[in-house]
Design a protein around this ligand. Sequence first.
Ligand SMILES: Nc1ncnc2c1ncn2[C@@H]1O[C@H](COP(=O)(O)OP(=O)(O)OP(=O)(O)O)[C@@H](O)[C@H]1O
Length: 247
Amino acid sequence: MTTALLELRGVDKRFGGLHVTRSVSFALAAGDRMALIGPNGAGKTTLVNQISGVLQPDAGAIHLLGEDVTRLPQAKRVRRGLARTFQITTLAPHFPVQRQVELALLEREGLTGRAWRCVDAYAGVRAEALELLSRFGLREHAATPTQDLAYGEQRLVEMALALALRPRVLLLDEPMAGVPKGDGGRLLTALESLPRDLAVLIIEHDMDLVFRFATRIVVLAEGAVLADGDPETIRRDPQVRAAYLGH
Ligand SMILES: Nc1ncnc2c1ncn2[C@@H]1O[C@H](COP(=O)(O)OP(=O)(O)OP(=O)(O)O)[C@@H](O)[C@H]1O
């Protein structure tokens, strides 16, 4: 049996009278590419917020690498191997791309305070940052302020920043949102080049991307798991079609 890197056990959440997460259970192993889909308001973001630690479930448990992290704050989950993509605009958009990635690497190494004034002295950090930029086809933009990149490229920087944390589990919240159709191919290539042994959970409305990328799909409807299976099974599931794909 493969060991789960991330496991949800009966995760439940209410906002007042609204039951937004109804006893959700699923598990991800190394190498899994899971998509979480569902109609607007199905509870996807609320669920991911509970996984990352932004919100606390009312009941149930979340296990990361076999450890119960349900009550751990976000930062501690990150240190244990869980990363999610940042919204780049909330970081320092005027910073050159390479510096952003270097800062994430320094953060990972716990060096931010001390190293801030002499980032260039950290040859290892610089080399790793450039390697990450190359992986995402951003090497030529190393000196470009992030805010001057095309929107699709900014999403690639977000992924580079998340990977800089060397996660075992990566949460991607709508990476395709706002990306022009023509740039989607580049994003898919980047997704496909993620480290093989990483477990990836992606929330995405773009069904082309979901069905190309995911090896497994969990469909959420009204806070509960409606279906969980491989893309072909999900595509044919009449309940799923009625709830979502038929729209
Ligand atoms: N902080 C909150 N307080 C009260 N209700 C909330 C809160 N956050 C979300 N909700 C409600 O919970 C339900 C689930 O919302 P959520 O954003 O998780 O859905 P979603 O599947 O991510 O939707 P979308 O695809 O539109 O992003 C919605 O009815 C939403 O209005």
